[in-house]
Ligand binder design. Structure first.
Ligand SMILES: NC(=O)c1ccc[n+]([C@@H]2O[C@H](COP(=O)([O-])OP(=O)(O)OC[C@H]3O[C@@H](n4cnc5c(N)ncnc54)[C@H](OP(=O)(O)O)[C@@H]3O)[C@@H](O)[C@H]2O)c1
Length: 331
């Protein structure tokens, strides 16, 4: 009898997650009930927000210890008991960390491949890509020759956001934590400059690369990084807050930048939540897939083979050791 593979959240970890916060096991194979589809999962997406779900603090809800770990996947329909899907359709779902899942058709979205790797539906053409696109199109107000600074710059949100800003005429600068990431953003992803905070003082790096000030800061981290970027804001700057990476593994809230820095720059701060921008998805997919095909947007993926290694891959992501969109290939 074929079995389904799944990964259970063992405990609400404190601090950085480790591989043994998760348990890999097999279980009976599910089948599609009325109105459901049975999905064979091809790729599991590992995203920083899952850390918030483990703590029970994320706005989309928590995941309870003892349950299958939550997560987004792309997969192939093996069996359909819904008129909306056929066998072999490629679909996105919130099936969690498993190899097969029976999911209500209403919670499944068909995925177009655009003749590109289907894994992109979880990265540059998926939720992270939509976050970047919405931030650039709706909040950042990118103008010709603006200096655009972004943290977590080699990740799927940061790298796409900066490349979209470059396509609008901005000069782009990325904050990263390794030489490999710095080489990638200034190489294939064509940023104008990189600051590697493990090799250079961050404050000096921001001044060196943004001497005329930062017109747009796209922040994934919060805390000290946000504070230092705000020190260098140009007049009329826009700050788009899209993540709190420095807080995910911490117990307490991070201090923010002093209000005086925002007042001095007459800056605008925007909180970005991807769920508010679902209407942009078709436009984002059409435009970004064309840019990826033409080479105008580069992407990178950090792919782990096999669901049994998902916990270790997630621990690497939350330690900042991933390089690119973090995925687990299952089928
Ligand atoms: N607002 C929204 O709707 C929305 C939607 C999607 C994603 N997000 C957020 O966007 C941010 C980036 O997500 P992503 O999917 O593009 O992933 P990602 O960039 O691959 O995220 C991991 C990277 O973050 C960096 N990082 C910086 N400080 C860190 C810290 N204290 N601990 C761990 N990593 C740290 C590391 O890169 P370096 O070594 O280069 O620092 C690490 O490789 C996350 O905060 C995520 O939650 C928000």
């Amino acid at each position: 009898m074929p079995k389904r593979e799944q990964v259970i959240l063992e405990r609400r970890c404190e601090g950085r997650p480790s591989a043994d916060d998760f348990r890999y096991e097999t279980a009976p194979m599910p089948s599609a009930g009325d109105g459901q589809v049975l999905i064979e999962v091809l790729y599991l997406s590992l995203d920083p927000y899952l850390r918030g779900k483990i703590s029970g603090r994320h706005m989309s809800g928590g995941v309870a210890p003892g349950s299958v770990m939550a997560g987004e996947t792309v997969g192939r329909v093996l069996e359909s008991r819904s008129p909306d899907f056929a066998v072999d359709d490629l679909v996105h779902s919130f099936s969690g960390w498993c190899s097969h899942a029976a999911v209500a058709a209403a919670e499944v979205r068909r995925v177009r491949s655009y003749d590109l790797p289907v894994s992109l539906a979880l990265g540059a053409l998926g939720m992270p890509g939509l976050t970047a696109y919405a931030g650039i199109e709706r909040l950042a107000d990118v103008r010709e020759n603006n200096t655009f600074l972004v943290s977590a710059a080699s990740g799927p949100v940061g790298s796409v956001a900066a490349q979209l800003a470059r396509l609008k005429g901005a000069r782009t600068v990325g904050i990263v934590g390794s030489r490999q990431k710095a080489d990638w953003i200034t190489g294939p992803a064509r940023f104008d400059a990189a600051i590697n905070y493990r090799e250079e003082d961050l404050q000096e790096g921001i001044k060196r690369t943004c001497p005329e000030g930062v017109d747009i800061y796209f922040d994934a981290v919060g805390g000290e990084v946000l504070d230092l970027a705000c020190e260098q804001l140009a007049l009329d700057a826009r700050v788009v807050l899209y993540g709190v990476l420095a807080q995910y593994n911490a117990e307490s809230r991070l201090p923010g930048p002093p209000p005086g820095l925002i007042i001095r720059a007459r800056a605008h701060m925007h909180g970005l939540v991807v769920y508010d921008h679902e209407d942009l998805r078709p436009e984002m997919e059409e435009r970004c897939s064309a840019w990826i095909k033409s080479g105008a947007i580069a992407y990178n993926e950090d792919v782990t083979e096999g669901l049994q290694h998902a916990g270790a891959a997630f621990a690497r992501l939350m330690a900042g050791e991933n390089f690119g969109k973090t995925l687990v290939r299952i089928a």
